[in-house]
Write a protein that binds this ligand. Structure first.
Ligand SMILES: NC(=O)c1ccc[n+]([C@@H]2O[C@H](COP(=O)([O-])OP(=O)(O)OC[C@H]3O[C@@H](n4cnc5c(N)ncnc54)[C@H](OP(=O)(O)O)[C@@H]3O)[C@@H](O)[C@H]2O)c1
Length: 250
């Protein structure tokens, strides 16, 4: 990587890059002159995407839920040179009522969304340059407990909490950011049977995320008309908010 780095504005590692918002981020950042390291489980999709972006982008398959896989990836990346940003978008989604949850699927969602984010938080700073950026992806689903949203929403509440902790723990060393998207049209949300307010394309979401990461804001959240409403719900006293969320259960 060192002989290549001079040709690029920055080097960015995207985890969860093979599809959806992560892939749109890769395309947008490549168009803006970044060199990408692209990770997810699916090697074929990563290789295809890396090749379509240009000669120097790297496909690095891994499983974010597997500590050994993450350690091996970080060791490989560290040998290539320091990164400017690490962004993790990897997640699984399986909405439903608590009583209907499949225990094995629930454990896998926790392993990828929450434990995976911990692996990234613990290991990725080693690969960053001093002052480099680490962005974790939560969701507006993590703001407040809504019906039909478990176990995904609980993991995203955990990721929000993790990013807040990291922001304090790594202050002055790593520029920690939190991305909380509203609804984006990807394979993940295509499983929703309800109408999704403010649904955006992955490309529009990627542009908003990059603008936010280039600003000084800790939290990047969009679309504002959805996110501010949910933020308001979150700060209401329970006696006001719980009757509102209960209405959504029917
Ligand atoms: N779409 C939305 O409306 C929305 C809203 C709020 C937040 N978000 C968040 O935005 C992020 C991206 O979502 P998306 O909609 O773009 O989903 P997506 O299209 O399903 O993409 C998810 C990515 O994560 C990768 N991934 C899944 N499990 C992995 C694992 N164990 N290790 C490594 N990579 C893994 C997937 O690739 P492989 O399957 O090949 O591993 C894929 O590249 C997620 O964190 C999601 O929670 C999305």
């Amino acid at each position: 990587m060192p002989e290549h780095t001079a040709r690029y504005r920055e080097t960015i590692w995207i985890i969860g890059a093979s599809d959806g918002i992560g892939a749109a981020l890769a395309r947008e950042w490549a168009a803006r002159g970044a060199r990408l390291i692209l990770s997810a489980r699916g090697e074929a999709a990563l290789t295809q995407l890396a090749g379509s972006l240009g000669p120097d982008h790297v496909a690095l398959p891994l499983d974010v839920a597997d500590c050994a896989s993450m350690e091996a990836a970080v060791a490989r990346i560290s040998a290539l040179g320091p990164l400017d940003r690490v962004v993790t978008m990897a997640a699984l989604y399986d909405p439903g009522r608590v009583a209907d949850l499949d225990a094995e699927k629930a454990a896998q969602i926790i392993a990828v969304n929450l434990t995976g984010s911990f692996h990234v938080a613990r290991l990725a700073p080693r690969a960053l340059r001093p002052g480099g950026q680490l962005a974790l992806c939560g969701s507006v689903a993590g703001y407040v407990g809504l019906p039909q949203g478990q176990i995904y929403s609980a993991t995203k509440a955990g990721v929000i909490n993790l990013a807040e902790s990291l922001r304090a723990e790594l202050a002055g060393q790593v520029d920690v950011r939190l991305i909380n998207p509203g609804f984006v049209d990807t394979r993940l949300t295509r499983r929703n049977s309800f109408s999704m307010p403010g649904l955006q394309t992955p490309e529009a979401a990627a542009r908003k995320i990059i603008a936010g990461l280039n600003s000084r804001r800790f939290e990047i959240h969009f679309p504002r008309r959805l996110t501010w409403g949910l933020k308001l719900l979150r700060i209401l006293p329970y006696r006001a908010s719980l009757p509102l969320t209960r209405r959504l259960a029917h």
